[in-house]
Each structure stands twice: as structure tokens, then as C-alpha cells.
Design a protein around this ligand. Structure first.
Ligand code: ADP
Length: 404
């Protein structure tokens, strides 16, 4: 049987997302999401050719149970023997991994060692790798790192204004995340504008639960808003983004917070959720503002959009020209309101939105949303799974080419 499929696994601390993608034409055959793993509410949803398949998780409702269910579905549809490789999303690759990498014991040890830089993500990613190795014996497994794309940032962009020894001795520097998404959307944007990627200049705003803005020159990341951890930069769903670090000392010294409580506050209780007091979900906050005129919902959206607009404007220091501003991610792809609110604050950079085009580019529809007198503004739905599949395939083709 021809082996032509790549399985992409994205293992989070309580979730597992997966996609089965054809290597030859990039078609996605099967997608799935297991959520709230390790709890009684755990669930799994699988779609094959866009149609939902009935599937139930078995105890102990963990990542292994989700992978076992996935394998069962693959076997039922005779897909398991067609799998050529497995690509894993790994959040932190530190400075050692600027490329997709074939997973072996050394790579697994590095991913584990890097857990100190991404304690929520890397252990979960490793768990997915181990669970997948246990069932997909003899199938090559590849790690595609979220940080890799940003390894091209110059030193001036990744060094913090703190003693240099902390970088040299402890790796404290800016790494950036969402690399696969920024990489994907600039490729698509360059195609859309018919500009050679290696002569292009973009600012891309990935706005989902996590949010980041990146400056990308000639197809390479030159700066990005997320830093040492995915907490820096713009405000997000539950993460604060940039704050005065002095607030942390005030919380600890004056208000009696522990370090753990501060960590929780800034990662889980802040952002849209913290300011609105309602939800981390952009749709719910938009509704509370538009339908109920809720002032805290309006404030949360105002702060969110203003901070993103400031971040976009700040990247004009990283580029000498600009082909387009790109919106992507769940919010960037769907919320015409947020896109309008952000771009209204960027008229000095000659960004003006077309209301009609802005309303029509939603729910998977890509396209221009700028007015005629504006610089280009594009909406491009991201596809991180496709990038992981493509990079996995490329790595293994190169390897097999060399071995021939
Ligand atoms: P993740 O970072 O977890 O991958 P997504 O990219 O899926 O997240 O983005 C999730 C966010 O997108 C949520 O805040 C959600 O409210 C928002 N979102 C999705 N659809 C819409 C919509 N139609 N309008 C506004 N926001 C939306």
C-alpha cells in the first residue's frame, strides 16, 4: 500500500489536536480534537472527509486514550498503513532547533530539558511524542518547533535590557512563538500579492487565544512580540502581555502574592478575561458590548485593540518597507470588529479599512480588506497543521534523498 499520509499531532496539557494530511496535494482527510483530557468531562471529536465520526474516549481519559481512539478510527478506515510520518508540534526548541528535526532520544531529552522554558507546553508535547511512538512503531516522528521560525531575529531584537550573562548562562532571551502560523501566512500573502517572498516585507498579527505580532522581511522573522515565554507582548485571552515588571514586586511585597499566584494571575486570569471580568472568548465579549452595552466588555476590547495597534506600529522600526498587514488566527480571521478597531488606530501608517470587504472576509474567506487609498491589509486563514505536514515531508524527503 502506498504510504502517502502524514499525521500531525499537537498535544497540549489537556488537549490533543490531530490532522491527517496527504503528502502529495496537502489535502486534509481527517481532523480531530480531544479536549478536557484527564477530567470526567473529557471528549473527542473526529471528522473524516468533513463528516463527524462517532467516537468516545475510554478511561482514564488521558492523551494515550485519545491516541488509542484515533488509531482505532484509522484502522477502521484502513488509513493506518498509509501513514508515512508523524509531525509533532513542539512549542519550545530553544536556540538549538531552528529547523524541523527527526525525533530520537537526544531530541527528546532536549525537549524535556527545555521544559524549564515552557513548563505548560513542552512536557505535554513530549507526552504526545511518547504516546505516539508506543503505537506507531517504526514510523518516523518529526518535531516542528514553534520557536524555530524566529531564530532569524537579530541580536538587537532578542536581547533583553538585563545583564548579558543571564542570556549566556541561562538562555534568558526573546524566542517568539506561533512561528508556523506566521511562516504560513507570509507565504500565502506573497503569493496573493505576486511578490517574491525573498523581496517581501510583512507585519502579521496572529490573534487567537494567544496573540502575537511579527515583522517578517524577505520571508524571515526579524522581530516578534512574544518573548522568553508566551506571556510577553500584546494582551491575549487570559494572558496580560506586557506589564511593568514592578507590578510583580508590588503584588509580592505589598499584597502578599506568592510567585505561583502571580504566575497564575498573569497567565490565566488576565487579558480579555481579566479586564472584562466576563470571558476570555472574544465572541462573548463582542456580544456583551454590542448587545448589552457592557462598559467593561468595551474597555477590554479597547485595551486589546489599542495594544495590538501599538505593537503593529512599533514594528515599523524593524522594516524599511511594507507590502501588507496580515490578520490571522481565530480572532484575526473572523472578527471584522476587532480588525476595524485596530486599523482605525493606524491611519498614520496609511492603513484604512473597507467596511464591505472587511465584513465579507470571515469564516475561512481570505482576501484584501483595505480601502482603495490604503496600504494592503490581508486576511489569511492560518494552517499550522499543513506547515507541520509540509516540513515533516520535506525533512524526510531530504533524508531519503541523501541515503540513496
Ligand atoms: P487558539 O489560539 O487556541 O488556536 P483560535 O485561533 O482558535 O485559538 O482563536 C480563538 C479565539 O477566536 C477566541 O477568542 C474566539 O472567540 C475567537 N473567535 C472565533 N470566531 C470568532 C468570531 N466569529 N468573531 C470573533 N471572535 C472569534
Amino acid at each position: 500500500m502506498k504510504k502517502n499520509l502524514i499525521l500531525v499531532l499537537n498535544c497540549g496539557s489537556s488537549s490533543l489536536k490531530f490532522s491527517l494530511i496527504r503528502q502529495d496535494n496537502g489535502e486534509t482527510l481527517l481532523t480531530g480534537l480531544a479536549e478536557r483530557l484527564l477530567s470526567e468531562q473529557a471528549s473527542i471529536k473526529i471528522k473524516y472527509h468533513g463528516q463527524a465520526i462517532e467516537a468516545h474516549l475510554l478511561r482514564p481519559f488521558d492523551h494515550e486514550a485519545a491516541i488509542t481512539k484515533l488509531v482505532e478510527v484509522l484502522v477502521t478506515h484502513e488509513l493506518n498503513l498509509q501513514i508515512f510520518a508523524i509531525g509533532h508540534r513542539v512549542v519550545h526548541g530553544g536556540e538549538n532547533y531552528s529547523r524541523p528535526t527527526l525525533i530520537n532520544d537526544v531530541v527528546k531529552k532536549s525537549i524535556n530539558d527545555l521544559s524549564k522554558l515552557a513548563p505548560l507546553h513542552n512536557p505535554a508535547n513530549l507526552r504526545g511524542i511518547t504516546a505516539s511512538e508506543a503505537v506507531f512503531l517504526d514510523i518516523p516522528q518529526v518535531a516542528v518547533f514553534d520557536t524555530a521560525f524566529h531564530q532569524t531575529m537579530p541580536e538587537k531584537a532578542f536581547i533583553y535590557g538585563i545583564p548579558y550573562a543571564l542570556y549566556k548562562d541561562h538562555g534568558i532571551r526573546r524566542y517568539g512563538f506561533h512561528g508556523t502560523s506566521h511562516y504560513f501566512v507570509v507565504q500565502e500573502a506573497a503569493k496573493k500579492l505576486e511578490t517574491p517572498l525573498n523581496e517581501s516585507s510583512f507585519i502579521s498579527a496572529h490573534l487567537g487565544n494567544g496573540c502575537s505580532v511579527s515583522a517578517i522581511k524577505n520571508g524571515k522573522s526579524v522581530d516578534t512580540s512574544l518573548g522568553f515565554t508566551p506571556l510577553e507582548g500584546v494582551m491575549m485571552g487570559t494572558r496580560s502581555g506586557d506589564i511593568d515588571p514592578g507590578i510583580i514586586f508590588h503584588l509580592i511585597n505589598q499584597l502578599g502574592y506568592t510567585a505561583e499566584k502571580v504566575n497564575h494571575l498573569l497567565n490565566k486570569d488576565s487579558g480579555l478575561l481579566g479586564v472584562s471580568g466576563l470571558s476570555n472568548d472574544c465572541r462573548e465579549i463582542e456580544e456583551a458590548w454590542l448587545k448589552d452595552n457592557n462598559p467593561r466588555a468595551k474597555l477590554a476590547l479597547d485595551v486589546f485593540c489599542y495594544r495590538i495597534a501599538k505593537s503593529i506600529a512599533s514594528f515599523s522600526a524593524s522594516l524599511t518597507s511594507l507590502d501588507a498587514l496580515i490578520f490571522t488566527g481565530g480572532i484575526g480571521e473572523n472578527s471584522n470588529l476587532i480588525r476595524q478597531c485596530i486599523t482605525e488606530q493606524l491611519s498614520l501608517l496609511n492603513f484604512y479599512i473597507s467596511n464591505d470587504k472587511n465584513k465579507s472576509c470571515r469564516f475561512g474567506q481570505a482576501g484584501h480588506i483595505n480601502a482603495d487609498n490604503s496600504r494592503d491589509i490581508l486576511v489569511i486563514p492560518t494552517n499550522e497543521e499543513w506547515v507541520i505536514a509540509e516540513q515533516t515531508s520535506q525533512l524526510l524527503s531530504k533524508k531519503s534523498g541523501k541515503e540513496k
